[in-house]
Every structure is written in structure tokens, then in C-alpha cells.
Design a protein around this ligand. Structure first.
Ligand code: SPV
Ligand code: MG
Length: 433
């Protein structure tokens, strides 16, 4: 009797639909079906992380009657798994002949040739794809629990999580929708930063701890039109006795993380030159605030990120390291090591030292002043999250002022009309249903 043929099917299987079933049914006709289920990391390497994590997706695929076995596919590239099981056939929908997976397909064909394996490509099932379903889900909106946990999952699956400042609903929509394809990978922002600086500047007020209720009310509308995670800048979190109310409010709104800085008294933005009146909190007292957040939060998916101001306030590396250890022991999920130097040298030295500490937790960077740094440098130096904290507001303000000036100069808007987007484009940006 001839040995049963092995058929390999690589799947993400985030949102299962009849297209997947067609593929698996076809695969079964050729032999015993082994599914290579892409890990969250593998999916994150070329597009956004899946809605369901690996474990949940595995349970679903394992229980489909055409499937014999599920193994993990740890890269978008099929080759490591193909070499491992040397299948007689690989089955994949013909949609990957173009787009981000084109190269992956070519490598599959080349590898299979080595043992005379064959690629079978059933016609792509029309009018259905995970992307179509995901877009429909987006229109319905995202429930808070899913949004909250998404940041932790992103941090576990990606080299670096990329967050951009959002000070109103339109900037929220840019972060939500903007995607570019770069070297065959879909690149986008992973979430939004609710900045005390840009939120207060948008309201024409100084960045000096405006009320949390006003901050939260402006982010609520942003949450209505977006689904990506949001990181909240809480300044120093306010008085410890009110902290639990803030945490509950944030969690209820679907916020994924709170960032608290270790300062007290007169709040001034960290990027100011004269910070004489700003004092750093006693680290033991600040650790109590971290513990309070940990105790209050409903779910560990809501992250508490401790922001260390030692470098900003002229204290040295040792002070920063001592604080990082204390905050980590108190339960912080990550450390934002802030800096207003022109280079990242100081924070990279900090990262190198802190890496050796057994209480190491992921690091966050806000490269507003040391803007020459890029994400590759940050990844190489152990950073897991980057926050572009104010760039969109800095871009919008001069553009608006320029247009206003031109209207004044020309006593009319004719000259400027071609330089601004048509109203139709604005209307199309907003979903009406
Ligand atoms: C903010 O964006 O409000 C911040 C970052 O807290 S910084 O402006 O650098 O203090
Ligand atoms: Mg701030």
C-alpha cells in the first residue's frame, strides 16, 4: 500500500470563512492535511497582529474535520516548515501570486522542487476575505476589552510598537487608516498617544495638569471613530487618593496603558528649558502610586508605564537605574526613560545597564528631542515601544497659520484654493454609517 501523501497548508486563520474551508477541503483530496498555523509574531512581521491569539486560532483549526494536525509556522516564510516535514503538496489560494506574499510563493515552489513536491493553487473564493470581514468589524466598532488587550499583545508580537500622537478625531483617523507598503510589508501605526502637551495646546491652554475629566472627554470621541489602542499621558497621575477613579475611567473608556511620570508639585512640560520648580517624587512614594494602579485595574492587560524624569531633571544614570528597579518591583509593566538631549546616548547607556538587571521590563522611548534616532536603533538598544509625541500638531499648526495669512494678504481665498484639499476629500474621510 502506498504511503499517504502529506499536504501542507499555511494559514493565519484569524477570521475563518468559507474561503479557508474550500482550501482545506481541496487539500484533503490530496492526502493528510498538516496546517502550518502562523504565530502572532509571524503575522505581525508583515501585517497587523491577528484579532485572536495563536492558542485560540489553534483550537479552531484543530477541530476542522479536514485537518489532521496543526503545527506552528514561526515565519511568513514557509521554507523552515517545508524542510521539516517535506510535504508532497502545498495548497494555497491563487491570490498570493501578487502582493506581499509573492516572494514567499516563489520560495515555496523552489523548495518543493527539491523532492518533486507540487504547489496546488485553487481559485481564490470571490467576495470574501479576512480583510473584508475585518473592515466590517471596524465599522461596528471595537469593544473596549479587545482594544485594551491589544497593546500588550502587540508588545509581545512585534519588534517595536509604534505610537503616534493624536489630539483630535481626525488625527485618530489618520492613525487608524494610514498604511504603506514598504519592502513587501504593510507598515502602519499601532496606536495613539493622548499627549497632555498636544491636548492642552489644542485647547489653547498650557501643559500644566489640566483636569483629567476634560482630557478623558476629548479622548472619548476619538475612541468612537477608531479601534487601535491608546496610551494615556497622565502627567504624574495626580494625587494617590484619586488615582483609582482615574484608572477606572480610563479602563472603561478602552485605554490600554497609563503613563505616569515621577514628578511632584508645579507641573511643567519636560521639554521646557527652565525646570527649576519641578521636583522629582521620592521613588518609594512613586512606587506606591504604581502599586495603587496595579491593585485598581480590572485586568492586567491595562498596562502601567512608569516614566523616569531623572535625566530631564539633571540627575544621573545611577538615580535613573535605582528608580527603574524600584518601579519594576512595584509592578510597572514598562519604563519610559525620558530625555531631552539631542542624542540618544544617555538612554542607550541606561538601557544597556538595565538589561542586566533581573527586574528588567520593556523600555519606552519618546524621541522628540533626539529625533535623529530611528526605529532600528531603538530596537537594537532594547526598546519595545516608541511614541512620536507631538509631530502631528507641529505639522498642522504652521499649515493652518500659512493659509490664514494668505487669505489676509490676498483678501480672499482664491490663491490658496489649490494648496488645500477639496471639501469632498474631507467628507470622504468621515464614515457616515
Ligand atoms: C506629552 O506629549 O505631553 C509628553 C511628552 O508628556 S513631553 O512633551 O516630552 O513631556
Ligand atoms: Mg505630557
Amino acid at each position: 500500500m502506498s504511503k499517504k501523501k502529506i499536504v501542507y497548508v499555511g494559514l493565519s486563520a484569524d477570521i475563518m470563512h468559507e474561503g479557508h474551508i474550500n482550501i482545506l477541503k481541496t487539500a484533503k483530496k490530496y492526502g493528510t492535511v498538516v496546517v502550518g498555523l502562523l504565530t502572532d509574531e509571524a503575522i505581525a512581521s508583515y501585517k497587523n497582529i491577528p484579532h485572536l491569539d495563536f492558542k485560540r486560532r489553534k483550537i479552531i483549526v484543530q477541530n476542522i474535520k479536514y485537518v489532521e494536525k496543526v503545527i506552528a509556522q514561526k515565519t511568513l516564510d514557509y521554507v523552515p516548515n517545508l524542510n521539516l516535514i517535506k510535504p508532497d503538496f502545498v495548497v494555497h489560494g491563487d491570490d498570493w501570486k501578487t502582493g506581499v506574499q509573492k516572494k514567499t510563493r516563489e520560495r515555496v515552489i523552489k523548495t518543493l522542487k527539491r523532492w518533486s513536491g507540487k504547489l496546488i493553487e485553487p481559485k481564490y473564493t470571490k467576495n470574501i476575505s479576512s480583510t473584508i470581514i475585518k473592515n466590517k468589524i471596524k465599522q461596528i466598532g471595537s469593544i473596549p476589552q479587545n482594544r485594551v488587550s491589544r497593546l500588550r499583545r502587540l508588545m509581545m508580537s512585534k519588534n517595536i510598537v509604534r505610537i503616534l500622537e493624536s489630539h483630535n478625531y481626525l488625527t485618530g483617523l489618520i492613525i487608524e487608516k494610514l498604511k504603506i507598503t514598504k519592502k513587501g510589508m504593510i507598515t502602519e501605526f499601532d496606536g495613539m498617544w493622548s499627549s497632555s502637551l498636544t491636548d492642552s495646546a489644542t485647547k489653547g491652554k498650557p501643559d500644566n495638569s489640566s483636569s483629567f475629566s476634560s482630557r478623558i472627554s476629548s479622548l472619548k470621541d476619538m475612541m468612537d471613530v477608531t479601534t487601535k489602542p491608546l496610551v494615556f499621558d497622565s502627567d504624574n497621575g495626580g494625587e494617590i487618593k484619586y488615582l483609582s477613579f482615574l484608572v477606572k475611567s480610563l479602563e472603561r473608556s478602552g485605554v490600554s496603558a497609563i503613563i505616569m511620570e515621577d514628578t511632584i508639585e508645579t507641573k511643567k512640560n519636560s521639554l521646557f528649558k527652565d525646570l527649576k520648580k519641578t521636583k522629582q517624587e521620592n521613588p518609594i512614594l512613586f512606587a506606591k502610586k504604581i502599586k495603587k494602579v496595579c491593585k485598581t485595574r480590572q485586568s492586567k492587560d491595562f498596562l502601567v508605564i512608569a516614566r523616569i524624569e531623572s535625566f530631564v531633571l539633571g540627575k544621573g544614570l545611577n538615580d535613573a537605574l535605582k528608580r527603574a528597579e524600584i518601579y519594576s518591583k512595584a509592578g510597572a509593566d514598562a519604563i519610559l526613560i525620558h530625555n531631552k538631549e539631542k542624542t540618544a546616548n544617555q538612554i542607550f547607556t541606561f538601557a544597556k545597564k538595565f538589561k542586566n538587571n533581573k527586574n528588567f521590563i520593556p523600555l519606552v522611548s519618546v524621541p522628540s528631542k533626539y529625533y535623529k534616532v530611528n526605529e532600528k536603533n531603538l530596537i537594537n538598544n532594547g526598546f519595545k515601544l516608541v511614541i512620536y509625541a507631538n509631530q502631528l500638531l507641529r505639522a498642522a499648526y504652521p499649515a493652518m497659520e500659512f493659509v490664514a495669512k494668505k487669505i489676509l494678504q490676498n483678501t480672499g481665498s482664491f490663491e490658496i484654493e489649490k494648496k488645500i484639499i477639496p471639501i469632498k476629500k474631507i467628507i470622504n474621510l468621515i464614515q457616515n454609517d
